[in-house]
Design a protein around this ligand. Structure first.
Ligand code: HEM
Length: 504
């Protein structure tokens, strides 16, 4: 080879190398850009801690780590880039998203896709006009005194006929029971009777769980698990192929639909004007069976796990604070009377006078809210009051669990359980709902709040007055399972024993 040919070959190799290098750099930067855009990677400390699960070294629950981050943040807001999720414990931001710019922060498509098969077009799962229509209709129904009285009747029947007899037999046998499981069964019986006029008899422990209750449990669990898959493509493909968890979900939903259809058809055949439940009320203005099914299934979901979770935490926290238990009993003896029970309508009024109990329940939910966090998907580029930029499509989450632990909101004693913080001269005083969004706040505030509080109060007072509830194992903090509603991973195992007559 002559020298000019060799130098040509050399420069060709050089150019080839340069070109290859340029291509490699271009590809890497394109991948990096893509990764930044779709957020599969981020090197910031928070994201790395999340990816590597390093938070588990210091914290028991993910919500405790988020609380730590939010407390440290000067704006009380953090951005988890890889999840494209802004999380806030700032009451101004919460008010902005739930009220001021409500239309910019809908539940959004990702949420409705995940729960769509189970919840259909029910109130929980829709935005815009579909939501507005149901909200208006449901608010009107729930405001009826007769419906409130019906819910009180349902709850007190369940307490008298099932919960107290169950406690009696457990006390007699000195048997350990999982109170969380008892409350889940209890609240499902109540919400089914209230919404559907149907009694699944879950608290009859001698009977196997009804097919409906099992299917409902499974459908809620598997729908929530969709949210935990790395990409929606995974569950969507499984659904298309009808395999694995998606096959089970489809079967569970089929059972729920068949039962709902049967109840609706029977109600139509035998008449519903004299029935007191919610379904019968809706049937006077809606005829579409699927729509009726969706509305009712949404109420079942809304009113079941939340109430059970609130009750579980209440008994957990009261067991750790005997002085609070004593104050609750003292108040009940004064207001209701030592020998009265709660089944008569007078008690509905007396329950309103139990200010200390009301405060203790609010305080328990401040520290252990049943819905620990709640997300919306921003529909327009926006800026939150604390200056955080929110791009269209970003998930924005407000975090009631963290908010209950923020000193700027609750003061330097925020980590203490103190029902007194809700009382002024012995009278219960509401807090700003955007500082305490346990029932959400603003335009989509929980529709079952009053009913839920009455249910929790009735159970709390009925159980505490007759039985001592002793935890089998005391722990400084509860351990929660991941999911939409706060659930104690190991349940709440207790021993119950009968109190002496003077409720000491
Ligand atoms: C302690 C018990 C409860 C808590 C903590 C609670 C909390 C909440 C929260 C945080 C939301 C907002 C959810 C979201 O938009 O993503 C909500 C909505 C709702 N809740 Fe409750 N809830 C409770 C009990 C109940 C009960 C017993 C019922 C039924 C009677 C009920 C009916 C509803 C309904 C229908 C909505 C949807 C409102 C709307 O989207 O306009 N809730 N609740």
């Amino acid at each position: 080879m002559d020298s000019s040919a060799s130098s040509r070959s050399h420069s060709f190799h050089e150019s080839f190398l340069m070109l290859s290098l340029a291509l490699i750099i271009l590809t890497i930067s394109l991948i990096a850009q893509l990764m930044m855009r779709i957020r599969i990677w981020c090197s910031c400390e928070i994201c790395q801690t999340f990816i590597q699960s390093r938070w588990t070294v210091r914290f028991t629950n993910l919500c405790d780590w988020y609380t730590h981050l939010l407390k440290e943040s000067p704006t009380k807001t953090v951005h988890i880039h890889i999840l494209n999720n802004i999380i806030t414990a700032n009451p101004d931001n919460v008010e902005y998203m739930l009220k001021t710019k409500f239309d910019h922060f809908p539940k959004g498509k990702p949420f409705s896709a995940i729960l769509g098969d189970f919840l259909g077009r029910g109130i929980f799962n829709v935005d815009g006009d579909l939501w507005r229509f149901q909200r208006k209709m449901a608010s009107l129904e729930l405001a009826h005194v007769s419906l409130r009285a019906y819910s009180f009747e349902v709850v007190n029947q369940e307490i008298d006929r099932r919960l107290l007899p169950l406690m009696k037999s457990l006390a007699k046998g000195r048997e350990v029971v999982d109170l969380q499981d008892v409350f889940r069964r209890f609240s499902f019986d109540c919400i089914c009777r209230f919404s559907f006029g149907l009694d699944p008899m879950c608290l009859e422990l001698s009977l196997p769980l009804s097919e409906f209750a099992v299917a409902f449990d499974l459908a809620s669990k598997l729908s929530a698990e969709r949210a935990m898959t790395a990409s929606p493509l995974i569950w969507k493909t499984k659904r298309l192929l009808n395999i694995g968890s998606e096959r089970k979900l489809r079967q569970a939903i089929k059972i729920i639909n068949e039962l709902a259809q049967e109840v609706i058809r029977k109600r139509r055949k035998f008449g519903f004007s004299d029935q007191k439940d919610l379904l019968s009320r809706f049937m006077t203005s809606i005829s579409d069976e699927t729509y009726l099914r969706d509305i009712i299934v949404n109420f079942l979901l809304a009113g079941r796990d939340t109430v059970a979770s609130a009750l579980t935490s209440f008994f957990w926290v009261v067991a750790h604070h005997p002085e609070v238990e004593a104050a609750i009993l003292e108040e009940a003896n004064k207001v209701i009377g030592i020998n009265s029970n709660l089944t008569n309508y007078n008690c509905y009024e007396q329950m309103r006078e139990l200010h200390y109990l009301h405060a203790a329940i609010h305080e328990s939910m401040r520290m252990y809210p049943p819905v620990q966090f709640d997300s919306k998907f921003c529909s327009e580029n926006d800026v939150l009051p604390d200056g955080s930029l929110v791009k269209k499509g970003t998930r924005v989450t407000y975090h009631p669990y963290a908010m209950g632990r923020i000193e700027e909101i609750w003061g330097s004693d925020c980590s203490e359980f103190k029902p007194e913080r809700w009382l002024r001269d012995g009278v219960f005083c509401q807090k700003n709902p955007f500082e305490y969004p346990v029932f959400q706040a603003g335009l989509r505030v929980c529709l079952g709040k009053e009913m839920a509080l009455l249910e929790i109060k009735s159970v709390a007072i009925s159980l505490l007055r007759e039985y001592r509830v002793e935890l089998v194992r005391y722990s400084p903090v509860p351990l929660f399972s991941p999911g939409l509603t706060a659930t104690y991973r190991d349940g709440l195992r207790v021993l119950v024993s009968h109190r002496s007559m003077n409720y000491d």
